[in-house]
Write a protein that binds this ligand. Structure first.
Ligand SMILES: [Zn+2]
Length: 204
Protein backbone atom coordinates (compact mmCIF):
# COMPACT_ATOMS: atom_id res chain seq x y z
CA UNK A 1 0.00 0.00 0.00
CA UNK A 2 2.85 2.37 -0.82
CA UNK A 3 0.94 3.92 -3.67
CA UNK A 4 -1.24 6.21 -1.52
CA UNK A 5 -0.42 9.01 0.91
CA UNK A 6 -0.55 7.91 4.55
CA UNK A 7 -3.97 9.43 5.46
CA UNK A 8 -5.55 7.60 2.51
CA UNK A 9 -3.95 4.30 3.50
CA UNK A 10 -5.16 4.83 7.06
CA UNK A 11 -8.73 5.45 5.92
CA UNK A 12 -8.71 2.37 3.68
CA UNK A 13 -7.36 0.26 6.57
CA UNK A 14 -10.12 1.49 8.90
CA UNK A 15 -12.86 0.91 6.32
CA UNK A 16 -11.56 -2.63 5.75
CA UNK A 17 -12.41 -3.42 9.37
CA UNK A 18 -16.11 -2.99 8.61
CA UNK A 19 -18.10 -6.19 7.97
CA UNK A 20 -18.31 -7.32 4.31
CA UNK A 21 -15.85 -4.62 3.22
CA UNK A 22 -12.89 -6.02 1.32
CA UNK A 23 -9.89 -4.11 0.04
CA UNK A 24 -11.52 -3.02 -3.22
CA UNK A 25 -14.70 -1.76 -1.54
CA UNK A 26 -12.65 0.05 1.09
CA UNK A 27 -10.67 1.75 -1.67
CA UNK A 28 -13.87 2.75 -3.47
CA UNK A 29 -15.38 4.17 -0.28
CA UNK A 30 -12.19 6.07 0.54
CA UNK A 31 -12.17 7.69 -2.90
CA UNK A 32 -15.82 8.53 -2.48
CA UNK A 33 -15.07 10.27 0.83
CA UNK A 34 -12.26 12.25 -0.80
CA UNK A 35 -14.56 13.47 -3.56
CA UNK A 36 -17.35 14.36 -1.09
CA UNK A 37 -17.73 17.99 0.07
CA UNK A 38 -16.39 18.56 3.56
CA UNK A 39 -19.79 19.48 5.05
CA UNK A 40 -21.17 16.10 3.99
CA UNK A 41 -18.22 14.25 5.50
CA UNK A 42 -18.73 16.23 8.72
CA UNK A 43 -22.34 15.03 8.84
CA UNK A 44 -21.14 11.44 8.57
CA UNK A 45 -18.57 11.98 11.34
CA UNK A 46 -21.25 13.54 13.57
CA UNK A 47 -23.67 10.67 12.88
CA UNK A 48 -20.97 8.12 13.83
CA UNK A 49 -20.08 10.02 16.98
CA UNK A 50 -23.72 10.51 18.04
CA UNK A 51 -24.59 6.85 17.64
CA UNK A 52 -21.62 5.86 19.78
CA UNK A 53 -22.42 8.45 22.41
CA UNK A 54 -26.18 8.10 22.65
CA UNK A 55 -27.13 4.56 21.77
CA UNK A 56 -26.99 1.88 24.42
CA UNK A 57 -28.40 -1.64 24.78
CA UNK A 58 -31.66 -2.03 26.69
CA UNK A 59 -30.83 -3.82 29.95
CA UNK A 60 -33.98 -5.95 29.61
CA UNK A 61 -34.09 -6.98 25.93
CA UNK A 62 -30.73 -5.80 24.45
CA UNK A 63 -32.42 -3.68 21.82
CA UNK A 64 -30.62 -0.53 20.67
CA UNK A 65 -32.07 2.42 22.53
CA UNK A 66 -31.50 5.93 23.80
CA UNK A 67 -33.40 5.27 27.02
CA UNK A 68 -33.22 2.24 29.32
CA UNK A 69 -35.50 0.27 29.35
CA UNK A 70 -36.32 0.69 25.66
CA UNK A 71 -39.72 1.86 24.42
CA UNK A 72 -40.92 -1.72 23.88
CA UNK A 73 -39.97 -2.88 27.38
CA UNK A 74 -41.34 0.31 28.95
CA UNK A 75 -44.62 0.23 27.01
CA UNK A 76 -47.79 -0.50 28.97
CA UNK A 77 -49.80 -1.20 25.81
CA UNK A 78 -47.61 -4.14 24.76
CA UNK A 79 -48.14 -7.72 25.84
CA UNK A 80 -45.34 -8.55 28.26
CA UNK A 81 -46.32 -12.23 28.40
CA UNK A 82 -44.95 -12.94 24.89
CA UNK A 83 -41.28 -12.58 24.00
CA UNK A 84 -40.03 -12.70 20.43
CA UNK A 85 -36.35 -13.69 20.20
CA UNK A 86 -34.49 -12.22 17.23
CA UNK A 87 -30.86 -12.24 16.11
CA UNK A 88 -30.29 -8.57 15.35
CA UNK A 89 -31.99 -5.22 15.96
CA UNK A 90 -32.92 -5.07 12.25
CA UNK A 91 -34.81 -8.37 12.61
CA UNK A 92 -36.87 -6.68 15.33
CA UNK A 93 -37.70 -3.93 12.84
CA UNK A 94 -38.83 -6.57 10.31
CA UNK A 95 -41.22 -8.07 12.88
CA UNK A 96 -42.47 -4.62 13.90
CA UNK A 97 -43.23 -3.78 10.27
CA UNK A 98 -45.88 -6.52 10.15
CA UNK A 99 -47.86 -4.55 12.77
CA UNK A 100 -49.35 -7.87 13.83
CA UNK A 101 -47.04 -8.47 16.80
CA UNK A 102 -47.67 -6.71 20.08
CA UNK A 103 -45.41 -8.59 22.47
CA UNK A 104 -41.91 -7.69 23.61
CA UNK A 105 -38.49 -8.74 22.28
CA UNK A 106 -35.16 -10.26 23.13
CA UNK A 107 -32.23 -9.39 20.84
CA UNK A 108 -29.37 -11.89 20.78
CA UNK A 109 -26.91 -9.84 18.71
CA UNK A 110 -25.76 -12.87 16.76
CA UNK A 111 -26.37 -16.56 16.15
CA UNK A 112 -24.56 -19.76 17.01
CA UNK A 113 -21.89 -20.68 14.50
CA UNK A 114 -19.24 -23.32 15.17
CA UNK A 115 -17.46 -22.28 11.94
CA UNK A 116 -17.10 -18.70 13.13
CA UNK A 117 -16.43 -19.92 16.70
CA UNK A 118 -19.57 -18.25 18.05
CA UNK A 119 -20.91 -20.15 21.04
CA UNK A 120 -23.81 -19.50 23.45
CA UNK A 121 -21.64 -17.29 25.68
CA UNK A 122 -21.05 -14.93 22.72
CA UNK A 123 -24.78 -14.25 22.40
CA UNK A 124 -26.76 -11.94 24.68
CA UNK A 125 -28.60 -14.82 26.30
CA UNK A 126 -27.72 -14.32 29.95
CA UNK A 127 -30.56 -11.89 30.60
CA UNK A 128 -33.22 -14.02 28.86
CA UNK A 129 -33.79 -16.70 31.50
CA UNK A 130 -34.17 -14.34 34.49
CA UNK A 131 -36.87 -12.30 32.73
CA UNK A 132 -38.97 -15.43 32.21
CA UNK A 133 -39.75 -15.46 35.93
CA UNK A 134 -42.86 -13.45 36.85
CA UNK A 135 -41.02 -11.80 39.77
CA UNK A 136 -38.60 -10.25 37.28
CA UNK A 137 -41.34 -9.37 34.79
CA UNK A 138 -43.61 -7.10 36.86
CA UNK A 139 -45.49 -10.17 38.02
CA UNK A 140 -46.48 -11.10 34.47
CA UNK A 141 -46.33 -14.84 33.65
CA UNK A 142 -44.68 -15.54 30.28
CA UNK A 143 -47.13 -17.37 28.00
CA UNK A 144 -44.95 -17.87 24.97
CA UNK A 145 -41.44 -17.40 23.61
CA UNK A 146 -41.34 -17.05 19.83
CA UNK A 147 -38.01 -17.96 18.23
CA UNK A 148 -37.68 -15.67 15.22
CA UNK A 149 -34.04 -16.29 14.37
CA UNK A 150 -33.12 -16.28 10.67
CA UNK A 151 -33.98 -19.27 8.43
CA UNK A 152 -30.30 -20.15 8.08
CA UNK A 153 -28.25 -23.04 9.47
CA UNK A 154 -27.02 -20.74 12.24
CA UNK A 155 -30.50 -19.39 12.94
CA UNK A 156 -31.91 -22.93 13.18
CA UNK A 157 -29.11 -24.07 15.48
CA UNK A 158 -29.75 -21.03 17.68
CA UNK A 159 -33.50 -21.67 17.82
CA UNK A 160 -32.91 -25.33 18.72
CA UNK A 161 -30.43 -24.42 21.41
CA UNK A 162 -32.77 -21.89 23.06
CA UNK A 163 -35.72 -24.25 22.75
CA UNK A 164 -33.78 -26.96 24.63
CA UNK A 165 -32.93 -24.36 27.25
CA UNK A 166 -36.53 -23.20 27.76
CA UNK A 167 -38.51 -26.42 27.37
CA UNK A 168 -37.70 -27.72 30.88
CA UNK A 169 -39.30 -24.54 32.25
CA UNK A 170 -42.64 -25.70 30.91
CA UNK A 171 -43.00 -22.70 28.60
CA UNK A 172 -44.72 -22.66 25.23
CA UNK A 173 -41.83 -22.25 22.78
CA UNK A 174 -42.63 -21.65 19.12
CA UNK A 175 -40.62 -21.23 15.92
CA UNK A 176 -41.72 -18.92 13.10
CA UNK A 177 -42.88 -20.83 9.99
CA UNK A 178 -40.22 -21.35 7.40
CA UNK A 179 -42.23 -20.28 4.38
CA UNK A 180 -39.49 -17.81 3.75
CA UNK A 181 -36.50 -18.63 1.57
CA UNK A 182 -33.88 -20.66 3.42
CA UNK A 183 -30.68 -18.73 3.96
CA UNK A 184 -32.44 -15.40 3.99
CA UNK A 185 -32.06 -12.66 6.55
CA UNK A 186 -35.25 -11.47 8.24
CA UNK A 187 -34.19 -7.96 7.30
CA UNK A 188 -34.94 -8.65 3.64
CA UNK A 189 -38.07 -10.70 4.12
CA UNK A 190 -41.20 -9.07 2.74
CA UNK A 191 -43.76 -7.78 5.20
CA UNK A 192 -46.41 -10.28 4.02
CA UNK A 193 -43.97 -13.21 4.29
CA UNK A 194 -42.94 -12.17 7.77
CA UNK A 195 -46.56 -11.78 8.77
CA UNK A 196 -47.31 -15.34 7.54
CA UNK A 197 -44.18 -16.71 9.23
CA UNK A 198 -45.38 -15.27 12.50
CA UNK A 199 -49.00 -16.34 12.29
CA UNK A 200 -48.07 -19.88 11.11
CA UNK A 201 -45.56 -20.42 13.90
CA UNK A 202 -45.47 -23.87 15.43
CA UNK A 203 -44.46 -25.35 18.72
CA UNK A 204 -40.98 -26.83 18.93
ZN1 LIG B 1 -36.01 -3.40 25.85
Amino acid sequence: MLEYAEPVTKLIDELKRLPSIGHKSAQRLAFHVMRTPEAEVERLITALREVKKRIILCSVCNNLTEIDPCRFCASTSRDHSVICVVEEPHSLVAVEKTRSYNGVYHVLHGSLSPIRHIGPSDLRLANLLPRLKPENNDGVQIREVILATNPTTEGEATANYISRLLKPLGLRVTRIAMGMPVGSDLEYVEKVTMDKALSNRHEI
